[in-house]
Design a protein around this ligand. Structure first.
Ligand SMILES: *[C@@H]1O[C@H](CO)[C@@H](O)[C@H](O)[C@H]1NC(C)=O
Ligand SMILES: *[C@@H]1O[C@H](CO)[C@@H](O)[C@H](O)[C@H]1NC(C)=O
Ligand SMILES: *[C@@H]1O[C@H](CO)[C@@H](O)[C@H](O)[C@H]1NC(C)=O
Ligand SMILES: *[C@@H]1O[C@H](CO)[C@@H](O)[C@H](O)[C@H]1NC(C)=O
Ligand SMILES: *[C@@H]1O[C@H](CO)[C@@H](O)[C@H](O)[C@H]1NC(C)=O
Ligand SMILES: *[C@@H]1O[C@H](CO)[C@@H](O)[C@H](O)[C@H]1NC(C)=O
Ligand SMILES: *[C@@H]1O[C@H](CO)[C@@H](O)[C@H](O)[C@H]1NC(C)=O
Ligand SMILES: *[C@@H]1O[C@H](CO)[C@@H](O)[C@H](O)[C@H]1NC(C)=O
Ligand SMILES: *[C@@H]1O[C@H](CO)[C@@H](O)[C@H](O)[C@H]1NC(C)=O
Ligand SMILES: *[C@@H]1O[C@H](CO)[C@@H](O)[C@H](O)[C@H]1NC(C)=O
Ligand SMILES: *[C@@H]1O[C@H](CO)[C@@H](O)[C@H](O)[C@H]1NC(C)=O
Ligand SMILES: *[C@@H]1O[C@H](CO)[C@@H](O)[C@H](O)[C@H]1NC(C)=O
Length: 376
């Protein structure tokens, strides 16, 4: 009896101790979040009238601060959105202490400096958006290295910054990545093969960089979910791989302004979801695929500034969603098919600097009735 009583006493005591510790740990953790945000604020240069200057203060709970979202139960910071707030400064490494952070959006500010390695400790992070800032240096290797914890990352955008150097192959280790947006930096070197190995990837945005090399022939071997490939204005060369036709989810293929040569692979007409086909400004030869009419969803076809020959296939009349057709500056010939008149969505048509036999009545009709310009 006495033993049972004392057991009860001890377990009650332990329970109280446990609750006390839990509480303390919890308060400490919330305090960690607060000091991380204060360190972040200190790394910004904010004038007295900036919204964060007054608002991010110990007067109120961090969960009430502008741009901060907390989890409802544990009151830890789960989202930080300081997008488009005219913030000048850099990112304090303490941001890596926000261990419950799921979403981080610091886009459209004037942030500069390096992306601190401490961000690799954010193991719950799914969204990291640093677009439209002025971060510099190389894209850190830690992004996908085995010492990094950000394996849940689904969206990574550093669009329009001043990053340079190679794209680290370690990025391919981010097994949950769906969107990789590296547009508008100064990345050089080849696209690491590991990127074409990411079975979760849906959007690959590499336009406006200085990347070299070619696309792998088996580009779609593992990119089963890829929906959009954008690599405009780089220095890629070689052929457009016929294997692209195995990326059945593709709605955008934008490879304009590179040095691709060879022909447009006819297999491309199997990409039934394709809406945007942009291959202008390359060194492409050969003809427009005869069965292009299969691509019922096409809205935009830009093949300008190449060395394409032959005539416009009559199947073009099937492209009822076509809004823009740009065939400027090629060596296309023959008669422009009159069916083009029936493409009711067509608003932009560029055909000049080719070798057309004659422009024909169809074009006269389009010209006068829809106000097209730039017809030869
Ligand atoms: C910060 O802004 C939020 C939302 O506008 C407001 O609820 C909160 O009271 C503000 N805190 C301080 C200390 O001004
Ligand atoms: C951040 O807030 C802006 C509006 O202020 C919104 O457009 C954007 O989607 C938000 N970012 C995230 C990741 O939710
Ligand atoms: C950014 O904020 C400005 C006003 O401060 C607003 O006019 C603009 O539309 C915002 N841009 C975006 C992309 O949200
Ligand atoms: C404070 O900074 C904001 C942008 O960060 C700017 O729009 C505003 O004019 C500045 N105010 C003063 C008083 O300098
Ligand atoms: C937060 O992170 C910084 C730098 O990453 C570190 O030096 C500091 O000890 C951390 N602070 C707390 C309270 O965990
Ligand atoms: C971006 O940073 C570079 C230095 O790293 C500087 O030369 C440039 O002026 C900055 N650009 C803007 C828009 O602030
Ligand atoms: C992590 O990667 C390094 C080199 O990239 C390698 O030497 C090391 O064995 C790896 N560690 C683990 C645990 O995989
Ligand atoms: C983004 O970068 C591209 C080229 O690198 C440039 O043309 C564009 O103006 C930039 N956009 C903004 C909003 O800075
Ligand atoms: C692609 O993934 C497979 C399986 O995960 C791996 O064995 C291979 O090394 C990877 N290749 C590249 C180039 O990353
Ligand atoms: C196409 O480009 C590749 C790589 O630049 C080159 O090796 C090849 O000779 C070119 N082929 C043609 C037909 O121009
Ligand atoms: C598409 O994938 C299949 C099966 O993996 C393969 O046999 C075929 O060669 C691929 N097509 C192209 C054009 O590469
Ligand atoms: C035109 O579209 C129909 C489906 O609407 C399709 O069955 C047919 O094969 C297409 N014709 C050509 C020539 O692409």
């Amino acid at each position: 009896m006495e033993k049972a009583y004392s057991n009860f006493f001890i377990s009650s005591l332990l329970l109280l101790l446990h609750l006390y510790l839990l509480e303390t740990v919890c308060i400490d953790a919330v305090h960690t979040d607060e000091s991380a945000l204060f360190a972040l604020k200190a790394s910004f240069t904010l004038n007295s009238s900036h919204p964060l200057t007054q608002n991010w203060s110990s007067q109120s709970s961090i969960c009430d601060w502008i741009g901060v979202t907390c989890g409802s139960r544990h009151h830890r910071v789960t989202a930080l959105n300081i997008s488009n707030m005219s913030i000048l400064g850099n990112i304090a490494p303490h941001l890596g202490n926000l261990s419950f952070l799921v979403s981080l959006d610091a886009s459209q500010n004037n942030l500069h400096g390096d992306l601190p390695q401490d961000l690799s400790r954010l193991r719950r992070l799914k969204v990291m958006d640093f677009a439209f800032n002025n971060f510099s240096g190389e894209i850190p290797m830690w992004f996908g290295s085995n010492s990094s914890s950000i394996s849940k990352l689904e969206t990574l955008s550093v669009r329009n910054n001043s990053l340079q150097g190679n794209i680290p192959k370690e990025i391919g280790n981010l097994k949950n990545l769906k969107e990789l947006i590296l547009f508008g930096n100064q990345f050089t070197g080849t696209i690491p093969l590991s990127i074409f190995n990411m079975s979760s990837l849906e959007i690959l945005g590499l336009s406006n960089n200085q990347l070299t090399g070619s696309l792998p022939v088996d580009i779609c071997h593992r990119l089963h979910r890829i929906k959009s490939i954008g690599i405009i204005s780089n220095h890629l060369s070689g052929h457009i791989p016929p294997g692209l036709s195995n990326c059945t989810e593709l709605y955008e293929l934008s490879l304009s302004y590179n040095s691709f040569n060879g022909t447009i692979p006819p297999e491309i007409v199997n990409l039934e979801r394709l809406q945007f086909l942009n291959l202008g400004g390359n060194k492409l030869r050969g003809t427009i695929p005869a069965n292009i009419g299969n691509l019922q969803k096409l809205q935009q076809v830009q093949l300008e500034n190449n060395y394409m020959v032959g005539s416009i296939p009559h199947t073009i009349s099937n492209l009822s969603s076509l809004w823009m057709l740009n065939l400027n500056t090629n060596s296309l010939s023959g008669i422009i098919p009159r069916e083009i008149v029936n493409l009711h969505k067509l608003e932009i048509l560029y055909l000049q600097i080719n070798k057309w036999f004659h422009t024909g009545r169809a074009l006269q009709y389009l010209y006068t009735n829809r106000g097209f310009s730039f017809l030869q």
